[in-house]
Design a protein around this ligand. Structure first.
Ligand code: NAD
Length: 394
């Protein structure tokens, strides 16, 4: 088949296998060019390993630190007439590269929130790795089934206490309009915390520790975004922000529990990037298009792989990690610099449908969005007949 992007709103419903593989290769090349990471972990579990920050973490651990990696993701395999998800193709490409480099890699494609998945992972660690020395928690999901009760919780992206009205860009039609979002109910806030808060991270670490598969000095890290004034009403101080606050609670609890291993648990604050998760958040695409322009002009633009390389080097495995007073690793310092934020805030009210392409880097945003699905990648012939199938290797 000829595979061209099928974009519906903020999602692309297909993906290009060779384009995704080329993206993975590019991230591997970036990581190798940075040179070996000092004191890097050797056996790493990545929860949410197939796209975005989780994929970048797996690549950094494997190709920067020479680590064996075990991953968990939730992706659709391809059929003869339907493409698989980008995360499926990414994972397949990662496995090919890991094998070629002589690195162990194993991936479970299933529901990370379930007890069954935790048991499978523990059994595999016992069988093949004995223990892990780093656990990355990088899940982003709109829903979670409680493993004990079977109840399904849904997260919402809504403000708290007040209606939020803002400029919003429809990335499909390029229309800019005002959106108003009603505040979340208490139940919606609680449900969002259930899905994106720290409970499942704790369940994972509890299960791994009880099974004796965490090594001495084991580290675990969960990812968050804080942002600044423009994004606070819909992120930092909204339902998702509440869920992320719960990660701070979980990190404290985990640090206590991991003391016997001399282990540590931290939240890492990362910058805003284009991923499947972030493109679903109202106002984020416009914020990102402006942020890209400002940070590219300032020479400080970064994507997932650049962020995670710095997280490992400057925080996780540094003798002087950059932390805030809540004990969180900070890799968002360039985005949140007063200079960058004041420039973004100055551009925000000026953007119109007519001047979108001059006042923002919408083109850069859109290109990165399509690249998430393997489209617009240099060297790929998108007019060529391509099979949606890839050899199952995980
Ligand atoms: P993403 O959508 O690219 O990746 C999500 C991953 O979770 C994928 O590997 C997916 O397969 C996996 N997943 C989802 N549901 C699952 C399930 N039930 N079982 C197993 N795997 C499942 O997301 P991302 O943007 O890389 O986000 C990862 C983390 O980083 C999130 O905690 C997010 O809040 C945080 N973060 C994102 C940004 C941003 O701008 N994108 C910024 C800072 C922090």
């Amino acid at each position: 088949m000829i595979i061209k992007p099928k974009v519906r709103g903020f999602i692309c419903t297909n993906a290009h296998p060779q384009g995704c593989a080329a993206n993975v290769q590019e991230q591997i090349a970036f990581t190798k060019a940075k040179g070996p990471l000092v004191d890097a972990p050797k056996k790493v579990l990545v929860l949410g390993c197939s796209t975005g920050f989780g994929l970048a973490s797996r690549i950094t651990a494997a190709f920067g630190g020479g680590a064996d990696t075990l991953g968990v993701c939730f992706e659709k395999p391809p059929t003869e007439d339907k493409c698989g998800t980008a995360g499926y193709y990414n994972t397949s490409a990662f496995h090919d590269a890991a094998k070629a480099a002589g690195l162990y890699a194993h991936t479970f494609n299933g529901d990370a929130f379930s007890d069954a998945c935790k048991t499978q992972v523990i059994d595999e660690i016992k069988k093949s790795l004995s223990q892990v020395d780093l656990v990355i928690y990088s899940l982003a999901s709109p829903r979670r089934t409680d493993p004990k009760t079977g109840e399904v919780f849904m997260s919402v992206l809504k403000p708290i206490n007040q209606v939020y009205t803002s400029k919003n860009l429809n990335t499909d039609t390029l229309k800019i309009s005002e959106v108003s979002i009603e505040p979340a109910t208490d139940l919606e806030i609680a449900q969002t915390v259930k899905v994106m808060g720290g409970e499942d991270w704790e369940l994972w670490i509890d299960a791994l520790q009880a099974a004796g598969v965490l090594s001495q000095n084991c580290k675990t890290v969960a990812y968050t975004y804080l942002g600044d004034k423009l994004t606070w009403p819909i992120y930092g101080k909204a339902t998702i922000g509440k869920a992320k606050e719960d990660l701070d609670r979980a990190a404290k609890a985990l640090n206590e529990k991991m003391k016997s291993l001399n282990g540590s648990a931290n939240v890492a604050v990362l910058k805003a990037v284009v991923t499947q998760a972030s493109s679903a958040i109202p106002i984020m695409p416009l914020y990102l298009a402006i942020l890209f322009k400002v940070m590219k002009e300032g020479g400080t633009h970064e994507g997932c792989i650049e962020q995670i390389q710095r997280l490992f080097k400057e925080c996780l495995y540094s003798a002087n990690p950059r932390k805030d007073n809540a004990d969180r690793f900070r890799v968002d310092e360039l985005e949140l610099s007063p200079e960058v934020q004041s420039k973004v805030e100055a551009i925000w009210p000026e953007v119109t449908e007519e001047n979108l392409l001059e006042t923002t880097d919408f083109k850069g945003y859109k290109d990165e969005f399509l690249r998430l699905f393997g489209f617009g990648v240099k060297g790929i012939d998108y007019d060529a007949e391509t099979s949606s199938l890839v050899k199952t290797n995980f």
